[in-house]
Ligand binder design. Structure first.
Ligand code: ADP
Ligand code: MG
Length: 699
């Protein structure tokens, strides 16, 4: 149960002033949550400040500077009747004798006469400029009288926004949210907090959203550091709880002679790379130990993780036990199944697939055979979590692309057997510094080499206005029998809009190339999607238009061309993943990144990295570096994926400390029952890690 004191923070965002159901949708988009709550808004960090503290006399004003000046209103000069589009000007002056002209476009005279009565003193804040040698200010941000000035925030935070949402509304809602923060217990080590002079949680939020000084809201500030550390600790604590929970049940120690592994390897049309072999050795050693395995196999797209997974499975199967391989999407599950099936069968291993699509009698038969132990390895989607899925003796859970699954889902699968060993496969080349954040302290095997014989992919960037040339080139490639993917842009989170773009492109190309063109997207029925994929895989169609559903795992070695439209809208890692769909066979492959100019410096650098490198690890590191620079440029939108507050470049250095803290806390108070333990439960809720609390209770 959530501590009731937190309730005001978990109220819907619509409970805040000025936020109705329509704006709630925009806040949802901004905050990455369907039903945003007060706490989500509070953890939305400012991206900068407007500093109105400069209070020069008019003779001291620097052009371009944001200033707050105290002036007397001299004269109103409305637009002349014959030029209604001309601006409305208000002339003001101060005791230096200089004048400042306030310029308003499309202004209403009655409004301005009230706001700036002739002869009165007003405080005016905005950006001052010289125009025709005269000092002027176009649309001042603020015009207030003496009384209003007392309340004027001289340092105002600025936030990342989303289209349709304005700063005024966000600030008002934030004001409301700040008023909801209850009295909270301190969950950090009190001695440390006071030594580091860190403010309490509530104080940190106030200082970030109501800064007195622009330095209050840089990520290095004490307030931001406090919140970042809170977030890191919550994450590490949740991981530690989960790990303790898993380790509590000792492993069983599956040793084997390796006969079945050898059979699988014999069935391979190639030999394992050195790093594949190393990963297999790591896994076999882990499995033999009487502790549970928690291992991450990290390898770029195409590095050959599936076969490593199968060989791992063969080890437990030889001992008469079962394995499950879970993938995040239907397409990917089928792909794994297709890869594994012939190899497994050659080695006498029984494989089945179980997704939402196996229904009725077929499903029942699979479930029965699983429960009886007649199926050795089952490949599937999250359908594998369901209660009806029972194993005879599940020994190994293999989870592909795990970061898409929640911690509790991973757990759900491991609870379907006795001390299940866990192998996680990830194609996202997360830099080592980040592995900890996502996976806690798992053991890691890296597949750094690619299987031999891969040709480099020729990657080019092309401006989108040359899309006609690209279509011509695709036409030539099709007539030569080649196969191409065409990925359509990610416009925004809304899948509907992505879809419209993809469908428009499909119509366009279909008109040109007829039945050679197919379309797949996330909203299609599974059977349709498979049919389209199958046509492309068999060569019946040669151009596959897709939204990002093809991002993970699709393996059509004959495809040699990848076109990515609006490449500037994709993340680097995602572009790398998409590009990894080609260059898998023996043909020379090309990747065309179509971008809409003009590109900013960072966007240019990002695309350049892709042209230069195919090393996923290097790309991931460069990506982080560029995001860091983006921050310096003031577009601080990056953040660690999955984190609201912590910024890797600034707070990554605290990760190790947070992990040690979490470990120590659990050693002393495994059930979080002490006073501090109770306070830490608040922390876990605030950062959405309450799954961990259930595990603490479950013991
Ligand atoms: P990943 O899942 O890591 O992206 P896959 O397991 O799908 O990669 O493997 C990509 C392709 O490489 C598959 O077609 C697979 O058969 C092939 N492959 C895997 N290991 C090797 C190897 N050692 N030598 C040659 N080809 C390999
Ligand atoms: Mg794979």
């Amino acid at each position: 149960m959530r501590p009731p004191v937190l309730n005001p923070l978990f109220a819907a965002i619509t409970s805040l002033p000025g936020v109705g159901p329509k704006l709630a949708v925009l806040y949802g988009r901004l905050l990455g949550r369907e039903e945003p709550r007060v706490i989500d808004l509070l953890l939305h960090m400012p991206s900068g400040t407007i500093d109105r503290r400069a209070r020069p006399k008019l003779n001291e004003v620097q052009p371009g500077q944001i200033v707050t000046v105290s002036v007397t209103v001299e004269d109103h000069r409305p637009a002349p009747p014959n030029r209604p589009r001309a601006p409305y000007r208000v002339v003001t002056s101060d005791e230096t004798g200089l004048t400042l002209t306030l310029t308003f476009f499309h202004a209403r005279a009655d409004y301005l006469e009230k706001l700036l009565p002739v002869g009165e003193k007003r405080y005016v804040s905005g950006t001052a400029e010289f125009y025709d040698g005269m000092l002027q200010m176009v649309h001042p941000d603020r015009v207030v009288d003496e009384k209003g000035f007392a309340d004027l925030p001289l340092v105002e935070p600025v936030y990342p926004l989303t289209e349709g949402l304005n700063l005024g509304n966000l600030r008002k809602a934030m004001d409301g949210a700040l008023g909801r923060i209850p009295e909270l217990p301190e969950w950090q080590d009190e001695a440390w907090v006071s030594r580091e002079r860190l403010p309490p949680f509530a104080g940190a939020l106030r200082s970030l959203h109501k800064p007195q000084d622009p330095r209050d809201i840089v990520p290095e500030s004490l307030a931001w550091t406090r919140l970042a550390y809170d977030e890191l600790l919550a994450g590490q604590l949740a991981l530690a709880v989960m790990r303790a929970h898993m380790r509590r049940q000792a492993g069983r120690g599956t040793s084997s002679e390796g006969l079945l592994r050898a059979k699988v390897m014999k069935a391979l049309p190639y030999t394992l790379t050195h790093s594949q072999q190393q990963a297999v050795n790591d896994i076999v050693n882990d499995l033999a130990l009487p502790q549970r395995m928690l291992r991450l196999v990290q390898g770029d797209v195409g590095s050959g993780k599936t076969v490593v997974a199968l060989i791992a499975a063969a080890t437990v199967i030889e001992a008469g036990r079962q394995a499950a391989l879970m993938a995040p999407t239907e397409i990917l599950a089928r792909q794994h199944y297709a890869t594994i099936k012939p190899l497994a069968e050659a080695a006498g291993i029984h494989v089945a697939i179980l997704t939402g699509r196996e229904r009725g009698g077929e499903r029942k038969a699979i479930l029965d055979r699983l429960a009886l132990g007649e199926i050795d390895i089952v490949v599937g989607t999250h359908a594998l979590f369901q209660d009806e899925v029972l194993f005879h003796d599940l020994a190994l859970a293999i989870v592909d692309e795990q970061h898409r699954f929640g911690v509790h889902q991973r757990l759900a699968l491991t609870q379907k057997g006795e001390s299940v060993d866990v192998l996680v496969l990830t194609a996202t080349p997360i830099p080592r510094t980040l592995v900890l954040t996502f996976f806690g302290d798992m053991d890691i095997s890296e597949l750094r080499e690619k299987p031999p014989g891969r040709l480099p992919i020729d990657t080019r960037t092309i401006a989108l206005d040359r899309v006609g040339d690209v279509e011509d080139a695709i036409g030539r490639a099709i007539s030569e029998g080649k196969r191409a993917y065409w990925v359509c842009p990610l416009v925004e989170e809304s899948e509907k809009i992505d879809l419209a773009a993809a469908e428009a492109r499909y119509e366009d190309l279909r008109r040109r190339f007829g039945s050679k063109v197919d379309l797949v997207h996330g909203k299609m029925k599974a059977a349709e999607k498979d049919a389209a994929m199958a046509r492309f895989a068999s060569g019946q169609s040669q151009l596959l238009i897709a939204t990002t559903v093809i991002e993970v795992g699709v393996d059509v070695p004959e495809a040699t061309i990848m076109v990515i439209e609006h490449a500037e809208r994709f993340g680097l890692a995602q572009l790398h993943q998409l590009r990894g769909r080609v260059g898998r066979g023996s043909g020379k492959s090309t990747c065309l990144l179509l971008y809409k100019g003009p590109l900013g410096e960072t966007a240019k650098a990002r695309l350049a990295i892709l042209r230069e490198s195919e090393d996923g690890f290097r790309i991931a590191e460069e990506d982080l570096r560029l995001r860091g620079e983006g921050d310096l440029l003031g577009t601080r939108q990056s953040g660690l994926p999955g984190f609201s507050v912590a910024r890797l470049e600034t707070h990554g250095k605290y990760l190790g400390a947070a992990r040690d803290d979490a470990k120590l806390i659990l050693e002393r108070d495994p059930q979080l029952q002490s006073e501090r333990g109770a306070a830490l439960r608040h922390l876990l809720y605030l950062f959405g890690k309450d799954e961990a609390i259930k595990l603490v209770r479950a013991g």
